[in-house]
Design a protein around this ligand. Structure first.
Ligand code: GLC
Length: 672
């Protein structure tokens, strides 16, 4: 270790445990130059350099990355934006944010990954690896159970142990395999105790059980009692707190905090500072970064509906309308927001991008703003302009969605329907033209029930960052087949969601649905949904066959299956592997995601795909035994194109001696 605690006074060690006093909120203590200065910054989709906002790449939002289901792209995502951090001399990125999407109303869903912890964890794990392989640290956040923004600083998430273990911790477990340099604790309380001082979750689980040995940092101003938080190994309070030093010093003098505890946290801070001093080298040119962003954006676009193969656009008179055709929303709002803006000269680039790809085949023109004018939502309806222009078009593409005011940090949505003028624009246009495609520019599920049957095509674009227009043009014109799939269920209406409109009462938010959230909920209640978890269409067509399940260990199985591309379009397919416990002595979901693959398959080609299952693929968390537990019996291995489009199924029987049906006796942690 280059930096040694022995060279620091007690005062310097205590100063290390909160941010540096400065006009910025982003600097760690350097003990008056004894240590290197370390900077941290948001955010998940690209560096937010307040001083040079235009210099940093605005990547697609996390929702888009998750909708790619592509762990290689997750790695590329982190690897790419790390270059901006290197160039701007920022050593730690305050990301990824991986809270589970419990409700589509959550304002920050655009910056989270999924309703399923297995998918969220694997995307986050590779994002972290991509970042840290470039020598830039990350901060896995927000630990934990911060699943909406309402009263986030004061409300207690009231959740039973099994639900915490099976739904809200596994994404962190998986992501921790990438060894993030830091983990950020959440603002909220969990079962009545603030996350920042939650001994069971922060010390017993995160550190002792999951083995996290990096720096635990608070969310900004999330610490309530600095001594109690230090006691549970929260190493760093951010940003600088004027009372932190005195709180720790008096706790030390009273004997509540020992010198060993101060040294342990200060020691982790020195290790972190040392990590930040590693050799760094910019890897990608600015052009390459943009190309990487566009690749991710393309693969995260989800084709939800394509009646009569209205897409890809083929030619003729193509009218684009809606404010977001000119002024797309690049990201949601808050600390994950993008600074990127449409310049007036750039506003028609989507049209030129599409026109170029269609060349003489088509004529692309703008049909009006719909509900918004010049990117300012004034709600004086302009849909009359739109549907008058739509009458003579061969195909109409309407752009609708939520803005940064709707989907952002510190606020939740109040509805999941589109704004009424946008719905009106769709309905009126569909009356005069039967060939309507709707492109949804939002960060989370949208209730489309009012208009879905009136249009032929629906594309969910999420927030695509600064390569929005190129990526959209590539997909809408068939330069590339869409290959994204939903990482969050789109329900028929808000009332069908597990928590409905309930955000709790400001002091307690009860997770009454337990483990039955997301697709687990809709399966359990046998509810129809608008579009299921894992759904997404392609311009190609895939057939699944030859599922084989081979036992390779006590509870290890190799799953192989084949997918054939029976179309004339090269494309990628996301296949999903679910596990079902046929009979159990506890309630269990109908199926749970335990594997997924994204595979490029040329037209006419067939590929064999492999996924491996392990103990945790079959186990539930037994609160009776405080262990992961596999009950002997029949299990079904389900392979599907979505959670509701199961193509193949095989049964296996697990028969273990009693003592082997539980996680290892010595309490050794079993990776998921
Ligand atoms: C915010 C967010 C957190 C962010 C931090 C610094 O409140 O909750 O995600 O990294 O503060 O901006």
């Amino acid at each position: 270790m280059k930096y040694d605690l022995k060279n620091l006074t007690l005062e310097e060690k205590i100063n290390l445990l909160t941010g540096k006093y400065s006009k910025e909120d982003w600097i760690l203590e350097d003990c008056n130059g004894k240590l290197p200065s370390v900077s941290v910054a948001d955010g998940p989709h690209g560096l937010r350099d307040y001083h040079k906002p235009d210099e940093c790449l605005s990547m697609p939002s996390a929702v888009v990355l998750a909708n790619t289901w592509n762990t290689e792209l997750a790695y590329l995502f982190g690897n790419t934006i790390a270059d901006d951090y290197i160039e701007h001399d920022v050593q730690i990125n305050l990301a990824p944010a991986i809270n589970i999407k419990r409700t589509p109303l959550c304002g920050r869903n655009f910056e989270y990954y999924s309703e399923d912890p297995f998918l969220a964890g694997h995307i986050a794990k590779n994002y972290i690896l991509g970042f840290q392989d470039q020598g830039i640290g990350t901060s896995l956040k927000h630990f934990c159970l911060n699943n909406n923004e309402y009263e986030r600083n004061y409300q207690s998430s009231e959740v039973d142990e099994r639900t915490i273990r099976e739904i809200y911790l596994p994404a962190f477990e998986i992501a921790l395999q990438a060894k993030p340099w830091t983990v950020m604790c959440a603002y909220n309380l969990i079962n009545g105790i603030y996350a920042s001082e939650h001994k069971k979750l922060m010390k017993d689980v995160l550190r002792d059980e999951f083995g996290f040995d990096g720096v635990l940092v608070s969310d900004w101003h999330a610490v309530c009692d600095r001594a109690r938080s230090l006691k549970v190994k929260l190493d760093l309070e951010m940003p600088y707190s004027p009372t932190a030093y005195d709180e720790i010093m008096s706790a030390y003098k009273s004997g509540y905090i020992t010198i060993e505890e101060i040294d342990e946290s200060a020691g982790r801070m020195l290790e972190l500072i040392e990590k930040t001093q590693c050799e760094k080298k910019v890897k990608y040119s600015k052009e390459q970064r943009l190309e990487n962003a566009r690749k991710i954006a393309r693969e995260g676009i989800v084709l939800l509906k394509n009646e009569d193969n209205i897409l890809p656009l083929k030619g003729g008179k193509i009218m684009l309308a809606g404010a977001m055709a000119r002024y797309p929303i690049y990201s949601g709002g808050g600390s994950a927001g993008s600074f990127y803006k449409t310049s007036p000269s750039d506003r028609d680039r989507l049209f030129t991008e599409i026109q170029q790809r269609l060349s003489e085949e088509g004529t692309v023109y703008y049909g009006g703003d719909g509900a918004w004018t010049d990117n300012i939502r004034n709600y004086t309806s302009h849909s009359k302009v739109v549907y008058k222009n739509a009458y003579s078009a061969d195909t109409v593409v309407l752009f609708v969605g939520d803005g940064m005011e709707d989907e952002r940090e510190n606020a939740d949505r109040t509805k999941i329907k589109l704004h009424v003028q946008q719905e009106k624009m769709i309905l009126e246009t569909a009356k005069v033209n039967k060939n309507v495609v709707v492109v949804v520019n939002a960060g989370s599920a949208i209730d489309m029930s009012a208009w879905i049957d009136k249009v032929k095509g629906v594309v969910f674009m999420g927030y695509l960052g600064q390569t929005t227009k190129e990526a959209l043009a590539d997909i809408l014109t068939g330069m590339e087949s869409p290959s994204g799939k939903l990482s969050e269920t789109f329900p028929l209406c808000l009332e069908d969601t597990p928590s409905g409109k309930n955000f709790g009462n400001g002091s307690v938010n009860r997770y009454e649905e337990g483990i039955f959230m997301g697709y687990r909920h809709y399966d359990e209640k046998e509810l129809d949904v608008l579009y299921p978890f894992g759904h997404g269409l392609s311009y190609a067509k895939f057939e699944y066959s030859d599922l084989k399940v081979e036992k390779t260990g006590k509870t290890d199985y190799k799953v192989t299956y084949k997918i054939k591309n029976v179309s004339d379009v090269d494309a990628k397919e996301i296949s999903q592997v679910y596990v079902r416990d046929v009979f159990s002595n506890v309630s269990r979901p109908q199926k749970e995601l335990k594997g997924f693959n994204k595979t490029f398959i040329k037209a006419g080609e067939e590929k064999e795909i492999e996924t491996n299952l392990n103990f945790r693929s079959f186990a539930f968390y037994s609160v009776a035994l405080n262990k992961w537990h596999i009950e002997n019996g029949d299990f079904e291995i389900l392979v599907g194109a979505s959670s509701r489009d199961i193509r193949l199924m095989e049964k296996i029987k697990i028969e273990l001696p009693w003592e082997e049906q539980f996680s290892l006796e010595d309490g050794k942690y079993i990776t998921i």
